[in-house]
Design a protein around this ligand. Structure first.
Ligand SMILES: Nc1ncnc2c1ncn2[C@@H]1O[C@H](COP(=O)(O)OP(=O)(O)OP(=O)(O)O)[C@@H](O)[C@H]1O
Ligand SMILES: [Mg+2]
Length: 328
């Protein structure tokens, strides 16, 4: 059984209407932010969820942790159906599921010392038998994320830390309860490139050490390199391709995935490659294009693409794509 099972997950946000709009009988419109997403994540596996801004990545992550309620679909974590849990069951279950946000400054209370912030989840969930024991756990965790000496960092405030150090605090706080499953939403996006690779390396080490199961959300395909076992490519609320890291990098099938891959900077200047950026902009998810949602921007568009929705096809074991180029 997979650690995380996501089935036909949907979130349609109602678009705000004015009173006059409603009086005039204008229909209620919905932003189809997530529109039928399914995948599994095995224990100890990191799934990268990539796609352009607005494709529905953050909404998917928030749904899976039930930070927002779904329009439809199912999510099971370690066999637990999280949308069927009562408030109290969910509150107790939260120690097993954690999230790492993009902006560590916003995620941390500016008036709370670092040590208190990292200790907080232990107190909420009643982990550790005494204050002394909890403090020891925090010291160990701070040391583990390279905030040393830990007693000095324990006393500091967020504003006295660099951006990279603050993100280490956020990681320490997320992992202190030893969660089964972690969602990292653009966890390194706001950091300088040099610090970014250090943090990715730290996450990769922690993943191995704690056998973490993770959903790693990123708009930047290049950051999946250090960490992700598999990758799911999202476009306008749907997954268009999914496969192992190598499938996606070495044998991308969907024209959208190919475009994303071609946009990843090549570190070796001798290996020249053609960059191909999809034309136009991401369409409005209130009224997504008929048929394949990518067809207005696709360089291999065929007649059928605007008429029917492509089905998920397995092109090789463990590698799926939704595109008419691969349907019989
Ligand atoms: N609370 C909300 N109410 C209405 N619409 C929303 C809400 N949250 C997100 N959306 C819309 O849902 C769509 C998907 O948003 P989401 O934040 O999930 O995308 P994303 O892939 O995480 O993008 P980014 O890379 O910019 O973080 C967007 O069109 C967004 O405007
Ligand atoms: Mg997002």
């Amino acid at each position: 059984m997979a650690m995380v099972e996501v089935r036909n997950l949907k979130k349609h946000f109602p678009v705000k209407r004015t009173f006059i709009d409603a009086m005039l009988g204008k229909p209620q419109l919905f932003v189809k932010a997530v529109d039928g997403v399914s995948f599994d994540i095995e224990e100890g596996e990191v799934l990268g969820l990539v796609g352009e801004s607005g494709s529905g990545k953050t909404t998917t992550g928030r749904l899976i942790l039930r930070l927002i309620e779904p329009t439809a679909g199912e999510v099971r974590i370690g066999g637990n159906d999280i949308f069927r849990m009562s408030k109290e069951e969910l509150r107790r279950f939260r120690r097993h599921i954690q999230i790492i946000f993009q902006d560590p400054m916003a995620a941390l209370n500016p008036y709370m010392r670092i040590g208190e912030a990292v200790k907080h989840p232990l107190e909420i969930h009643g982990i550790g038998s005494s204050e002394k024991e909890r403090r020891k756990m925090v010291y160990e965790m701070l040391e583990r994320v390279n905030l040393t000496p830990p007693d000095e960092f324990y006393r500091r405030y967020p504003k006295e830390l660099s951006g990279g150090q603050r993100q280490r605090v956020v990681i320490a706080r997320a992992l202190i309860t030893r969660p089964k499953f972690v969602v990292a939403d653009e966890a390194v996006a706001m950091l300088d490139v040099s610090i970014r690779s250090q943090l990715l390396k730290l996450l990769a080490d922690l993943k191995n050490e704690y056998n973490l199961t993770m959903l790693f959300i990123t708009h930047d395909l290049a950051t999946t390199k250090y960490l992700c076992d598999r990758i799911a490519v999202m476009y306008l609320g749907k997954i268009v391709e999914m496969g192992s890291f190598r499938h996606i990098y070495e044998n991308p099938k969907h024209p959208y995935t190919r475009a994303l891959i071609s946009a990843v900077p090549e570190p070796d200047p001798k290996k020249k490659k053609k960059r191909y950026i999809p034309k136009g902009e991401v369409p409005n998810p209130i009224n997504p294009p008929k048929g394949c949602r990518f067809h207005p921007r696709c360089d291999q568009v065929m007649q059928i693409c605007s008429k029917k929705e492509p089905k998920l096809v397995e092109v090789e074991p463990g590698h799926q794509v939704t595109c008419f180029l691969y349907e019989e």
